[in-house]
Design a protein around this ligand. Structure first.
Ligand code: GN1
Ligand code: MG
Length: 376
């Protein structure tokens, strides 16, 4: 959604939840493109701070299904941590704070949906990676997350956003936007449109494998941006956050979307394309972390397409940003009129850099897998 200036009585909303302590401040927090997020600070030393979020109900129509998914996933992970006698379980998995009447979200008088989580103390997140240690830890955290959910009981999670990473569906939506051209922006983006059309044939590969049952369906996070891993002061991963899109998917969605953000030497929306490239060093560090947790469970076909998945998810995000631009900016929050175009261009630059280094990326995956298998 493009930014709308609405003020909410945040104190009144926060007081609907069963939180501990006296609230001293509620301030905007984080850099999400969809929901509105606030940090709620409490006065007492012994009470946690919290994260209050207004869920974008236009994008997530089934808030109840989403919160059910989050509860199932976090309870399962918490149980695993407790079974392993891990001490600080509360900083390794998110905690949903119920409303005073026991619900997982609160609906205000205007129909907005709100939820409250514990803010994990002494943690940080970064939009851009600072070093290979962080990249390795990010990979380890998302790899472990996928492992923890491999035996999630109770049947499939609710499909919160159907076709979320289905490139064919995304491409269809793009073509519809092009045809309607509601904001008159198709002409201006001819070069970018061409870039996408040239590559769609190659990009359908993972979706085809999924449709053929050639790669397994797993529980995946589906929004594995680097800033969705919290790190401690020593850059060790603490917790995976933002579980809005946790649902069925394949390993490639999570691996690819992480590389897109973790291995980029520039920002996701970098206005200076010269800043953008894929760092093989960061790619390798992330792959080592991720595979250290997952290698024994991945099939050969999954492994063979890991390097490719980085190209796919970068393509998908560029496609989505450009579609939103052509469509008149209805989906992502933007901070200036050409923001979505700038984001799309940045993704395409990153994709070009991956294309140039693709042979090395594949080699890194093969070498990492071989050396991990030798060790096991
Ligand atoms: C959105 O709001 P945020 O940053 O968690 C989007 C992701 C994109 C991301 C791009 C539900 O995530 O798919 O990768 O922006 N989430 C949704 O930065 O569309
Ligand atoms: Mg998200």
């Amino acid at each position: 959604m493009s930014a709308t200036l609405v003020t909410h009585d945040l104190n009144a909303i926060a007081s609907a939840f069963a939180l501990q302590g006296r609230i001293i401040s509620i301030e905007p927090f984080g850099s999400g493109h969809i929901n509105d997020t606030y940090a709620v600070r409490t006065a007492e030393a012994g009470t946690p701070d919290y994260v209050l979020q207004r869920i974008n109900h236009q994008i997530f129509p089934d808030v109840e299904g989403m919160m059910d998914n989050i509860q199932r996933v976090t309870r399962h992970i918490r149980q695993k941590l407790t079974d392993k006698k891990i001490k600080d379980a509360d900083s390794r998995v998110i905690t949903v704070i119920p409303t005073k009447d026991g619900k997982s979200f609160f609906r205000d008088e205007e129909g907005n949906f709100w939820r409250m989580l514990v803010l994990i103390a002494n943690s940080k997140s970064f939009d851009q990676v600072q070093n290979t240690k962080q990249a390795f830890e990010g990979g380890k955290a998302f790899g472990e997350f996928q492992q923890q959910l491999a035996d999630l009981p109770g049947g499939p999670l609710t499909e919160i956003l159907p076709n979320f990473h289905n490139v064919l569906w995304r491409f269809d939506n793009f073509e519809k936007a092009l045809k309607e051209n509601p904001a008159g922006r198709a002409e201006e983006t001819a070069e970018e449109i061409e870039f996408l059309k040239e590559r769609i044939g190659e990009m359908r590969k993972i979706q085809d494998l999924l449709d053929d049952g050639a790669i397994p369906v797993r529980v995946t996070h589906n929004d594995t941006k680097f800033n969705n891993v919290l790190l401690d002061s020593k850059d060790q991963a603490m917790c995976v956050v933002d579980l809005d899109t946790v649902m069925s998917g394949c390993v490639h969605f999570d691996f690819g979307d992480s590389i897109r953000t973790t291995a980029n030497t520039g920002a996701e929306d970098d206005p200076n394309l010269e800043n953008i490239s894929m760092s093989l060093e960061l790619f390798e560090a992330y792959a080592k972390g991720f595979l250290s947790q997952t290698v024994s469970t991945l099939t050969d076909t999954e492994i063979r397409h890991l390097a490719f998945s980085a190209k796919l998810l970068t393509y998908i995000m560029g496609l989505r940003f450009l579609t939103d631009y052509i469509d008149g900016d209805n989906y992502y929050k933007i901070s200036h009129p050409k923001h979505n175009l700038q984001r799309a261009r940045a993704q395409f630059q990153l994709l070009k850099s991956m294309e140039q280094q693709f042979a090395q990326m594949e080699e890194i995956i093969t070498d990492t897998v071989n050396s991990l298998k030798e060790k096991n």
